[in-house]
Design a protein around this ligand. Structure first.
Ligand code: AHM
Ligand code: MG
Length: 348
């Protein structure tokens, strides 16, 4: 190793693996017994396996669809099914989870464990978000939301999972991008871990992530512009004004992979919007395993997430697969969007 490499290593300091980090932070968690730590470990193991499949996509035959239409009425991709299977397998084997809700399965999946009884955690997930992007080498992700089974609850059923977002005890996502990064929160800040493929460990690379108060980028499918409500159309026109003194115009960045758009906005500042449209009158994204977990992450990082009126985390869910309009990202950007949506602000 030459002198320069030594210097670089010193700058980076000691490596902290996800597992070490979880153990060190365990006492922050209420009723900490180590079970939650094991649950995060199980999710990270599944993430590594999915990552492995993803990195070989194209070499192995995992592109294309399965021919199945999922509960969302969308064509299931082979990788969707594969990711779902790996996460369910890891959670089942881990023993800390009693119920799984997945975008790729119409019903909640109860998990029976061995003689030790059942785990106490409910995990809701989108195993592979943005999967239509895989074939063209664009980043995709996994999103997860964690609740405790309410005290005294008997058989874990879907009703146990229908808790408002503010009751989450953990949430996070994995982006399979130029590198693979796992970001999560337990309500004590947000931390990010990059997978080092040579040693197969997630290493702490993004401690205590804070989202900038304001941003220069907005993410929305502007192809739907004509079906947006009036206030939103005005907001978008305002964003595009040539007014240097107000920091305008902003830049559009829309990958079409929610996790990837969200991750960029989290690090750089920005606003992701998926509003109600004529085609999707309740928005497109799912409350329980897309909006809620990333709302928890963004709030913990100092940002905001709403449905255009109320904070996402306050919404009382009715169904596992329900959809919600979503405005999520830098706090000031969400506030400005709201002013336009309420009609309190105009283009002038
Ligand atoms: P998915 O969960 O079926 O992959 O759908 C969610 C995805 C998001 O990742 C992305 O932001 C959005 O749908 C894109 O939708 P559209 O093509 O309508 O802009
Ligand atoms: Mg999704």
């Amino acid at each position: 190793m030459d002198g320069n490499s030594d210097v670089r290593l010193e700058e980076i300091g000691a490596y902290i693996t996800l597992e070490q980090f979880i153990i060190e932070r365990q006492e922050e968690l209420a009723h900490s017994t180590g079970a939650f730590s094991r649950l995060i470990r199980d999710l990270s193991v599944a993430a590594k396996i999915v990552n492995w499949h993803m990195r070989r996509a194209g070499i192995t035959d995992v592109f294309g669809d399965t021919g199945v239409i999922n509960v969302q009425g969308e064509v299931q991709q082979v990788m969707d099914a594969l990711a779902h299977k790996e996460f369910v397998r890891a959670l089942r084997r881990g023993g800390e989870c009693c119920l799984i809700g997945s975008e790729e399965h119409s019903e909640a999946i109860p998990i029976r464990t061995n003689d030790d009884g059942e785990g106490n955690y409910i995990v809701l997930l989108d195993p592979l978000d943005g999967s239509s992007n895989i074939e063209v080498n664009v980043s995709v992700g996994t999103i997860f939301s964690i609740y405790r089974l309410p005290d005294g609850w008997g058989e874990p059923t879907v009703e146990a999972a229908l808790q408002a977002g503010y009751r989450q005890v953990g949430a996070g996502y994995i982006v399979y991008g130029s590198s693979t990064i796992l970001v999560y929160t337990t309500g004590h800040g947000v931390n990010g871990f990059t997978l080092d493929p040579s040693v197969g460990e997630f290493l702490l690379t993004h401690p205590d992530i804070r989202i900038p108060e304001d941003g220069k980028m907005y993410s929305i499918n502007e192809g739907n512009y004509n079906s947006f409500e009036d206030g939103l159309r005005k907001y978008i026109k305002w964003i595009q004004l040539e007014r240097e003194e107000e920091g305008l115009p902003l830049s559009t960045r829309y990958i079409g992979s929610f996790v990837a758009d969200f991750h960029r906005n989290l690090l750089k500042g920005g606003l992701y919007m998926y509003p109600a449209t004529r085609k999707s009158p309740n928005g497109k994204l799912r409350l329980m395993y897309e909006a809620n977990p990333l709302a928890f992450v963004v709030e913990q990082a100092g940002g905001a997430a709403t449905n255009g009126i109320q904070p996402i985390l306050q919404l009382e869910p009715e169904k596992l697969h329900q959809r919600t309009p979503l405005y999520i990202g830098s706090k000031r950007m969400v506030e400005t969007a709201h002013q336009f949506l309420r009609g309190d602000r105009d283009l002038k």
